[in-house]
Write a new protein. Structure first.
Length: 291
């Protein structure tokens, strides 16, 4: 089950139609210190957090089992729900891939050519964990590394550094035929470590994110996400159909939830859903705000 939070091991399916096996989300068990106790309020836990990675650590400490990202693709019918613990484990593995196999260093620029997707959210937090600057929709020719979806592979080939491709298939499936010149994320990430520690401390005041032509330090990103989400209140559940190519989309679809102990229902291809279907989703997912 995609929303299982019962194991800390990854596993594969062997369905030949899935291109040689697909990676199912792995999770970590809730921290012993919070078992059997009421979750600490995130506002108290993360008051001094200054980077997105700090926010994720605080969310994990406060309530690892709560939903963080629920993803829908209304063109394919896909639904994936990730708890804080599951999401954090994906981030740790991806950060280890980024820092280790891809040799990325703090200050390196990564062109992120991905749509609003749960795996895009993972990459954004992995970059923040290492100290790599994520340039959403950035120019691969000017980047040290590129991470591409299946529709932007030709554009991504302009990058002279490491290239990673995501198939964006249901269940995190790999490409049926690996694209030449790219590492297949679904092939490379399973063997990475479940814990991550950066080789060098991440500078909260250094550059962290570029989106829509605007650059943010990690500290600016966190402060702005808190301000954006303040009106919604702690613990809000936001349904967002916005893309990740604007600050508004990133704030509503990821960073605001991390900053306030909330969660997000991230919807791709939302225009394919009828008004009645949207109303049903808002009710079934217990959405408190829509953007």
């Amino acid at each position: 089950m995609l929303n299982s939070v019962t194991t800390n091991r990854h596993r594969r399916t062997d369905d030949p139609s899935d291109g040689g096996g697909s990676l199912l989300p792995w999770t970590a068990e809730p921290l012993p210190s919070v078992r059997g106790k009421a979750p600490r309020t995130l506002g108290r836990v993360n008051a001094t957090d200054r980077t997105p990675a700090d926010l994720l650590r605080s969310a994990l400490a406060a309530d690892p089992g709560r939903p963080l990202v629920t993803f829908y693709d209304d063109a394919t019918g896909e639904r994936v729900e990730l708890s804080v613990a599951t999401f954090a484990n994906w981030v740790a593995k991806t950060a280890n891939l980024l820092q280790g196999d891809l040799a990325a260093e703090p200050g390196d620029r990564l062109a992120l050519l991905l749509p609003a997707h749960w795996q895009s959210a993972v990459w954004l937090l992995a970059c923040a964990s290492v100290g790599v600057v994520a340039e959403v929709g950035g120019d691969p020719a000017d980047a040290d590394l590129v991470v591409s979806g299946p529709d932007t592979l030709e554009e991504a080939r302009a990058c002279k550094g490491e290239r990673v491709a995501l198939a964006l298939r249901p269940l995190g499936g790999r490409f049926p035929q690996p694209p030449a010149g790219f590492a297949d994320y679904a092939v490379e990430v399973p063997g990475q470590g479940d814990r991550f520690a950066p080789f060098a401390p991440v500078d909260a005041d250094g550059p962290g994110l570029v989106v829509g032509g605007e650059e943010f330090s990690y500290a600016e990103l966190v402060a702005r996400a808190r301000a954006d989400a303040a009106g919604r209140g702690d613990g809000s559940r936001v349904l967002s159909g916005l893309g990740y190519d604007t600050w508004e989309g990133l704030s509503a679809g990821l960073f605001g939830a991390l900053a306030t102990g909330g969660s997000v229902v991230l919807c791709r291809n939302l225009d394919a859903l009828s008004e009645a279907g949207l109303a049903q989703r808002v009710e079934s997912e217990r959405v408190t705000h829509t953007v």
